[in-house]
Write a protein that binds this ligand. Structure first.
Ligand code: AQP
Length: 321
């Protein structure tokens, strides 16, 4: 049993990605678990190739800096032939109706007159990611459950139609990590691809930028520091962030803080203490480059070796070898 998790370079990684996912991956990696930079998934809308290249490096560096074991890491496009070969087999296994029913496709394509085909088919690419590497578990939030369900359907159908080759994966709830919300719009999740970055704390933000963003965090007019997510979402978000950074509970984080100003300052300092060493290490890896490239190449080689037999067998069962 092992799980597969990815981070998509659709923008710079932020505090939500770090507190909600990456930090956990580093703290509790199962011995067989795999983590990857899912850069092929960052192309379903028009993208800037130079920026994608840079963001891919940044996110790989972040995973390494955070302490995710390097032998469990790879970059998806380093195995582009493998991922694409299996995607084609699975596209020829998936019906148009199944792809079109995906809620995320409906939501993301709504109102757009130039929807890329990749937006329709990326759940099949996601199925290929999971099945290629033989993951038995996929930790996903509720919004991705349907995609794992599709991967299960495709694995079963391929196994039945052509021969048993794929592990049928299951979606598992990720170990609860912090859900970080946007500092400017605290009812919304902090998101890489938000058009307005003022409420997003990026892992690579300088300490001064972090302080500035927290100083401007939206709160409310109550002037009471207490943990009440429904009535005071902005204050609750700050308390949750502080609690996640200091390993305590939001109610406890509120103790001894009397003003919003102090709360914002204390939260900013807690964030800076936690992410400053990670940021330093990321910048060091990006500057040296040779270590990053070595880890990337070794990760690709290991991932290729681990998945080769499964892909060859699938190609052979489909009559292509
Ligand atoms: N705000 C968040 N709080 C807690 N966890 C979060 N994650 C994302 N945002 C938050 C977790 O980070 C991991 C990697 O995310 P992803 O790259 O797969 O994309 P995402 O979930 O769609 O994240 P974003 O930042 O919101 O990107 P865009 O804007 O491109 O959609 C995942 O484990 C995710 O749960």
């Amino acid at each position: 049993m092992f799980s597969l998790s990815g981070i998509t370079p659709s923008g710079e990684a932020h505090l939500g990605n770090y507190l909600g996912a990456v930090r956990r991956w580093a703290a509790e990696p199962g011995p067989e678990d795999l983590y990857f930079v899912s850069n092929l998934h960052a192309m379903t809308t028009r993208h800037d190739p130079g920026r994608l290249r840079v963001l891919t490096d940044h996110q790989l560096a972040l995973l390494i800096a955070a302490g995710v074991p390097r032998e469990r890491l790879f970059v998806q496009s380093d195995l582009i032939h493998e991922h694409m070969a299996l995607t084609w087999l699975l596209e020829c296994t998936c019906t148009f109706g199944e792809a079109r029913r995906m809620v995320q496709f409906k939501e993301k394509s709504q109102g757009s007159s130039s929807v890329r085909l990749g937006l329709l088919t990326y759940p099949v690419l996601m199925a290929a990611d999971i099945l290629l590497h033989g993951a038995s578990e996929v930790p996903v939030g509720h919004d991705q459950n349907q995609h794992v369900e599709l991967a299960r359907t495709l694995a079963r159908r391929f196994n039945t139609d052509y021969g048993d080759v794929f592990t049928v994966p299951q979606a598992v709830l990720p170990v609860a990590g912090a859900r970080v919300r946007d500092l400017a719009v605290p009812t919304r999740k902090m998101s890489k691809s938000s058009s307005d970055g003022s409420g997003i704390v990026y892992v690579l933000d300088s300490p001064e930028a972090v302080r500035r963003k927290f100083r401007r965090a939206v709160t409310d007019g109550e002037n009471t520091v207490r943990y009440a997510p429904d009535e005071q979402p902005g204050v609750a978000n700050l308390l949750e962030i502080m609690a996640a950074c200091t390993d305590t509970l939001p109610d406890d984080a509120a103790k001894g803080i009397d003003s919003y100003r102090d709360l914002k300052e204390a939260t900013a300092e807690a964030v800076i203490s936690l992410i400053a060493p990670v940021r330093e290490r990321v910048l060091q890896l990006l500057e040296e480059r040779s270590e990053l490239q070595k880890i990337r190449a070794e990760g690709a080689e290991r991932a290729r070796r681990r998945s080769r037999d499964r892909l060859d067998r699938a190609l052979s069962l489909a009559g292509l070898k």
